[in-house]
Design a protein around this ligand. Structure first.
Ligand code: FES
Length: 159
């Protein structure tokens, strides 16, 4: 990756960290779930509002590093208006990207997270909000569980 691209991606991440989008609780959410990174203890909560199969609103709050916050912030932007099927695919594409096996699918500004695959410990940070989001979606079907990124990164089998 060129130095210019690295710089661009870094500035996208820092910008989302400074001014995270949809960083709020959602009172009228359909579902929510908590996620925790066991390596650092950081936690965040993701709220989703659904209209049938479509996600109409996404928000998050919590504590985390710049990568986890930027990933959560970009996630809330990209998932708004998506169907559950599109969301599942986006989860898989982003997971593949941050673990160093990009599918080539268009993940928009989330491309900026591709660099974390070079830093295995950071994979848990980048995927934290995504696992919480997936757990929140599963909760709609009655299978709510708080998640952790335990299985991500070194020593884990991934998720
Ligand atoms: Fe805690 Fe990244 S260091 S989420």
């Amino acid at each position: 990756m060129s130095a210019e691209l690295d710089e661009l991606y870094q500035s996208i991440i820092l910008d989302h960290n400074r001014r995270p989008k949809n960083f709020r609780e959602m009172e009228d959410a359909t579902t929510k779930a908590d996620g925790m990174n066991p390596l650092c203890g950081d936690q965040l909560t993701v709220w989703l509002k659904l209209d049938g199969e479509q996600i109409t609103d996404v928000s998050f709050r919590g504590q985390g590093c710049a990568i986890s916050k930027a990933s959560a912030s970009m996630m809330t932007q990209i998932l708004k208006g998506k169907s559950r099927a599109e969301t599942d695919k986006m989860f898989d594409d982003v997971h593949a990207l941050v673990t160093g096996h990009p599918t080539g699918a268009d993940v928009g500004p989330l491309k900026a997270l591709g660099g974390v695959s070079r830093f295995p410990l950071r994979v848990k940070c980048a995927s934290l909000a995504w696992h919480a989001m997936k757990s929140a979606l599963n909760a709609v079907d009655g299978a709510a569980t708080p998640v952790s990124t335990e299985g991500e990164g070194p020593g884990g089998e991934g998720a």
